[in-house]
Design a protein around this ligand. Sequence first.
Ligand SMILES: [Zn+2]
Length: 293
Amino acid sequence: MENVLIGLALNKNVRIYIADTTEVVEDARKAHDLYPTSAAALGRVIGAGGLMGLMLKDEGKLHITINGSGSIGTIMVSSNNKGEVKGFVSDNTIYLKRNSDGKLAVKEAVGTDGYLKVTKTGIKNNFTGSVKLVSGELGEDFAYYFMQSEQTPTIVSLGVLVNEDYSIKKSGALIIQLLPGHLESDIVYLENLLKEMKPITQLLSENEDLEKIVLTMFKDYEKQEYRSLKYYCDCNKERFMAGISTLPLTDILELKKENKIEVKCEYCNKLYEINKNDLEGIISYVENQRFGN
Ligand SMILES: [Zn+2]
């Protein structure tokens, strides 16, 4: 399903990415049995990370790590230019609400004493950028990241609404970026837009048509393309075996004492069994590599 729309506005001085990530985040919720606040935090990062993956060229891969010293622990999301996105949080069982309005307390669960790190690989110039968390609500943190690490003034709106039964009611992401050559008046326009902008989940609830939503913000909006984001994990047994082969040889020999070991993919919770034969194969591979036989 095409759930992302990319386009230009303000005389092509801004680029707008808008996504309805409801299904993607629901798939993440099911994969990890996420409680509401864990789902909201991971869902917001999946929205931002999914769109940032689509911004990459070619075979680019994006990896986001966030840790704000809150109860949720670390949030990790990986994505690519094909629209595949996956992620997990250290603690999937956070259900924290704000006392003031009963909304999910994302900031309180994520914490604000920490960092947001983005790594891009598989592109011409691999890149790592890291900023301190400024809000913990995540949308503002990504906006701060774009400004500090990529020198791109950006509006980021992320949101996740969760039903009583913990399923995802609505989830969305909106990224508006000023392009090189923009005018002072474009900055003023975006500042005013930001002041009046409804939460992305409300916009998506009121209007299913992504193009119509953006047209309410920009009269000269020009759509470029529809894309799709999906929750997808590309793990396989070979990758885990390659991971084991990087361990010290003594550790691998120790593992072989068990008849078989099970490893679990953190992104999709799939279990892989590595048996004695597999481990012997890894050991002879490592010995050949290290001693050059
Ligand atoms: Zn996996």
